[in-house]
Design a protein around this ligand. Structure first.
Ligand SMILES: Cc1cc2nc3c(=O)[nH]c(=O)nc-3n(C[C@H](O)[C@H](O)[C@H](O)COP(=O)(O)O)c2cc1C
Length: 383
């Protein structure tokens, strides 16, 4: 049997091990951490893995697994995509471009974060307008409108508004490492970076990462501390229905809310006219006392199906995890850390590698349970 990925890294555990050796410690901890005691980060995956599927082996009519999944009028090659992640270029230089290119090649959605290190124009160009854009809601209306105009001009069809960062979660390692806002360059960070020569070489090649989409609004001579203050004051503010209505009125494309983690917010998302919602708790990085997303989706998927597209992220790591989430009512899934671990481990090759691996794992689950299409997975869940 031939494998379309590097068999030395045939599991996520192996990729994580490698990424840990190649990324500076502060960057790995930024990626890997949840908040507070990391309880909800771990609960997301452990409760997801309590979901069981029942295989059917004696079926004369089974043809083959078709992973294609339609979402907002686009047929994707698999029911998973790449969640928005901030500061990607700090974790591995050029990471947003590496992942956007891989997503485009494999025909899966890539969501670009407002606070990552490539500009929305560059990613639109690389993906021929197929990427989605995630909006951190700015305090100023003119700034929000300018970003939306840029998204429209660049050809984005799907706008994803983030709801779950009214304030930052308490992330002790980020605070210690100087990555909380305002960020600080300290001796420890510099020595951790110097201990990772491949990362340093890539930084030399691609330049020091910066908030590329936001550069237009920033003073060029800002030092790191001023930059932190700028980001803090620009994005502080809780999302509310007035702010959402203004976006809904202006944005002509599909509108998705990310960060729904309760029945009440799901009802509000439907009422406010969103086309889709991502059941997400930011990978357990915001509310450590929160529920896992699989618990939430089980509760709400039946209730809102058909009224709004229901997607899910947080805690999904593998092909079987994608299948578990779909079996509980998710119509599409996203992953954040999984893709970044792969890029940390394998650099330019990481995006391609992990997508091929996830596809193979997911297809294999479909074949085992004897399921033709992803949406049928619900019929195979052990209740
Ligand atoms: C390091 C890191 C940075 C993130 N930055 C953002 C961001 O800028 N915008 C956003 O909407 N979500 C952000 N998220 C949350 C992800 O979009 C996603 O919800 C989460 O990673 C899903 O959980 P998983 O990592 O367990 O797959 C971030 C997550 C991580 C791990």
């Amino acid at each position: 049997m031939s494998f379309p990925f590097d068999t030395n890294y045939a599991s996520l555990e192996l990729l994580i091990e490698k990424a840990k050796k190649r990324m500076p410690r502060f960057a790995f901890e930024y990626l890997d951490g949840g908040c507070n005691e990391n309880i909800n980060r771990d609960r997301n995956t452990s409760e997801l893995r309590d979901v069981l599927l029942r295989p059917r082996y004696l079926n004369n009519n089974y043809a083959e697994a078709n992973m294609e999944t339609e979402l907002f009028g686009v047929k994707y090659s698999a029911p998973f995509g790449i969640s928005p992640v901030g500061l990607q270029g700090l974790m591995w230089p050029n990471a947003p471009e590496i992942l956007a290119k891989a997503a485009f090649k494999h025909n899966i959605p890539f969501i670009l974060s407002t606070v990552t290190t490539s500009s929305l124009e560059r990613i639109a160009e690389l993906t021929e307008g197929k990427a989605w854009y995630q909006l951190y809601h700015p305090r100023e209306e003119w700034l929000r409108d300018d970003i939306l105009d840029r998204c429209e001009a660049s050809g984005y069809d799907v706008l994803c508004v983030l709801s779950d960062v009214p304030t930052f979660g308490y992330r002790a390692k980020e605070i210690r490492n100087g990555l909380a806002m305002p960020p600080q360059l300290n001796f420890r960070n510099v020595s951790q970076a110097l201990a990772r020569p491949e990362w340093c070489l890539e930084i030399l090649k691609h330049g020091v990462p910066s908030f590329k989409t936001m550069e237009k609004y920033m003073d060029k001579n800002m030092n790191v501390k001023q930059l932190g203050q700028f980001m803090n004051s620009t994005f502080s503010g809780r999302l509310n229905s007035d702010r959402i209505k203004a976006i809904r009125d202006k944005w002509k494309g599909k509108l998705v809310i990310k960060g729904v983690a309760s029945d009440e917010d799901a009802a509000e998302a439907v009422r406010l006219g969103f086309d889709g919602m991502i059941i997400s708790n930011h990978g357990g990085r915001q509310l450590d006392a929160g529920e896992s997303t699989i618990a939430v989706i089980k509760e709400i998927s039946e209730k809102y199906k058909g009224q709004i597209k229901i997607m899910m992220d947080s805690g999904i790591r593998t092909g079987p995890d994608v299948a578990r989430a779909l079996s509980c009512g998710a119509e599409f899934t996203f992953m954040g850390r999984t893709f970044m671990y792969a890029v940390g481990a394998l650099g330019d090759k990481g995006g391609d590698h992990i997508i091929e691996m996830l596809k193979m794992q997911f297809r294999q689950v479909m074949e085992q349970v004897c399921c033709d299409t992803p949406e049928e997975l619900q019929n195979f869940r052990v209740k």
